[in-house]
Design a protein around this ligand. Sequence first.
Ligand SMILES: [Zn+2]
Length: 181
Amino acid sequence: MTPTCGGILGRDHDMWWSGAASGWWMRCPQCGDRETRVVDSRDLEDQATIRRRRECEVCGARFTTYERIEAARLVILKRDGRREEFDREKLLDGFRKALTRRPVPDDAADVAVDAIEAELRGAGVSDIPSSRIGELAMERLRGLDQIAYIRFASVYQSFEDLAALKREVDTLFGARDGSRR
Ligand SMILES: [Zn+2]
């Protein structure tokens, strides 16, 4: 989560609940000082925006900030070097397609994608290689349903040939036999 506000603020992921003490700051628009004090604060209708009256402790100027909570951007680094924003819907779509008519709970795709997104955000890095998402997705699917896993893998992992696909299937059989309870 990062606060944003009219371009005059510092950054920190630890939210503004703890204000200046947490290490992010807002400069006075008049003198540029960072020592500002909140004199009034209220939530706006959508709850994600807070309006604050602030007073500069150096020059006494008063100004209003609108602080908005936004989820930090999760940027995916593609194989060809391009960057794009993490697309939850796209990943969800991949899961749904792979899980079509498989004996899994209705919300299996959502649960899996939520877990992956949480893991990516929890990692605290902004540039995530797309291959990492592929790995996480495959991991989830392998534990969920093996047919779905092979479907997903054949689309996103693009096996070069049938032999590569067979190796993957053999690995699954091996893992299954090995872990038979
Ligand atoms: Zn000032």
